[in-house]
Design a protein around this ligand. Structure first.
Ligand code: KIV
Length: 278
């Protein structure tokens, strides 16, 4: 991976760029995790190529029941925090529901705000062929786009819920068509979510955009997971495609219980935590 110094907005940076990510097609898999805050971005930054400030923050951080309530102001505040907390990874910010679907002009207005106000490298948006014109419009005007096909959480109302995609021929053909349309429109990368393995494999083989899978098999050019799932901090439900690498939620619970016990027994604060006049 090239992390040569580059001039970004007039300042030297060693960040991985979207061009670096695009160059990984068929090469070393791209490691991507979500981050919503500066401290989490700082911890993840040395280890991943791409940090996604996903609209999953609605559920994972704000306790919402879907991503639909996430606003432009929320992704701008959290996107800027992730950029401030990181120095190496390429940062992509998710566009919230209803901020880009209306027209290319609406999309440009809101995506440009996100890029300008967060300092992120590009944006992600959900949708297939129906969004191709918008992707082309944004890329031609300097906004790198990561697409998102297959299971699209912002469309769960019309899709009949959160269902694995590509199970029948019609669905498989539609996802392949959608991914090809977004790639041809200029997306540097496409997230494929909750999709049958051979469909993701065929897409990855046939399009030029770097595919990032989430529940879409190791055939993709890279993988993404929601960090809170990976570290055991989001426990409402765990999709089949998640691998849990730590149980931070349990560690936090144990620390809180110890703290409360110490406060109640007056074991905390101890003399070492007190200010005394010498
Ligand atoms: O919002 C999000 O975090 C995402 C990833 C899970 C791909 O879209």
């Amino acid at each position: 991976m090239s992390t040569n110094s580059k001039v970004s907005a007039g300042k030297q940076t060693n960040r991985i760029t979207v061009t670096d990510i695009a160059a990984r097609k068929g090469g070393e898999p791209v490691a991507c995790l979500t981050a919503y805050t500066a401290p989490m971005a700082k911890i993840l930054d040395p280890h991943v190529d791409l940090l996604l400030m996903g609209d999953s923050l609605g559920m994972a951080l704000y306790g919402m029941s879907s991503t639909l309530g996430v606003t432009l102001d929320m992704v701008i505040a959290h996107g800027a925090a992730v950029v401030r907390g990181s120095e190496r990874a390429c940062v992509i910010v998710d566009m919230p529901f209803a901020t880009y679907q209306e027209s290319p002009a609406q999309a440009y207005r809101n995506c440009a705000r996100v890029v300008a106000e967060t300092g992120c490298a590009g944006i992600k948006l959900e949708g297939g062929e129906e969004m191709a014109e918008t992707v082309r419009f944004l890329v031609a005007r300097g906004i790198p786009v990561q697409g998102h096909v297959g299971l699209m959480p912002q469309s769960f109302n019309t899709a009949g819920g959160y269902r694995v995609q590509g199970k029948n021929q019609l669905e498989a053909a539609k996802i392949k068509f959608d991914a090809a349309a977004i790639s041809e429109a200029g997306a540097f990368s496409i997230v494929i979510e909750g999709t049958i393995e051979n469909v993701a494999a065929e897409i990855t083989k046939n399009i030029s955009a770097v595919t990032i899978g989430i529940g879409a098999s190791p055939t993709c050019d890279g993988q993404v997971l929601v960090t809170e799932d990976v570290i055991g901090l989001f426990t409402e439900f765990t999709p089949k495609f998640v691998k849990k690498y730590a149980d931070v939620g349990e560690a936090i619970g144990e620390a809180a219980a110890e703290y409360a016990k110490d406060v109640k027994s007056r074991a905390f604060p101890g003399p070492e935590h007190c200010y005394v006049k010498k």
